[in-house]
Design a protein around this ligand. Structure first.
Ligand SMILES: [Zn+2]
Length: 194
């Protein structure tokens, strides 16, 4: 997931990380900059050419290992990202590692791939965190998320702005109707594929 900057610290962050550690025996939270594996991906895939901020601006989750840029760990923005990534961890374990990873990565080109489906579940959690914090989900957030679906970040996983907007609006209404603050890191059942 792409970062948004917000350096406030968050106790929720470490509570959630501990909770994930209890739920998944193999869970690990790794500062991305320290990972040779992430560096290998970055250089191996030539990401310095097409995603030069991969190491510093993106959190990458592989099964139960979350590689997060150092400056996010323990922050309020990091908490939002961790909630999003926790949905991927849970979906991956529930679906089975191989089917999840294959459906996420290999179904290219990316139009109508399952990647958009998994990411919609993740970004719904991102929206939920904002709703818990502020009681609302801003247009700015909606636009920011829409760009993640239609742009290069996730290889144009759903490059249809109107469809994306409609999907996100539907989810915003649903989350706002569910209402305000709560502490759960919950994990609603999948909704139909767009
Ligand atoms: Zn994601």
């Amino acid at each position: 997931m792409a970062n948004r900057t917000d350096a406030r610290s968050s106790n929720h962050f470490f509570e959630l990380a501990e909770d994930l550690g209890r739920r998944y025996r193999t869970f690990r939270l790794i500062p991305k900059e320290t990972s040779w594996f992430m560096k290998a991906i970055y250089y191996g895939l030539g990401m310095f050419l097409w995603c030069p901020t991969f190491m510093t601006d993106y959190t990458t989750t592989i099964v139960t290992w979350i590689y997060m840029p150092k400056n996010l760990i323990g922050t309020s923005a990091g908490y939002e990202v961790l909630r999003h990534e926790a949905v991927h961890v849970s979906d991956c374990i529930r679906t089975g590692v191989l089917p999840f990873v294959l459906s996420y990565i290999l179904l290219l080109p990316s139009v109508l791939t399952l990647r958009a489906y998994w990411e919609l579940r993740g970004y719904r959690e991102t929206m939920r965190v904002e709703c818990e914090r502020t009681g609302d989900i801003s247009d700015e957030t909606m636009t920011w998320i829409a760009k993640r679906f239609t742009g290069s970040d996730y290889l144009w996983m759903l490059p249809f702005p109107k469809i994306v907007r409609r999907l996100l609006e539907r989810n915003r209404s649903r989350i706002l109707a569910e209402g305000g603050p709560h502490d759960g890191h919950h994990d609603p059942p999948p909704s139909p594929i767009p």
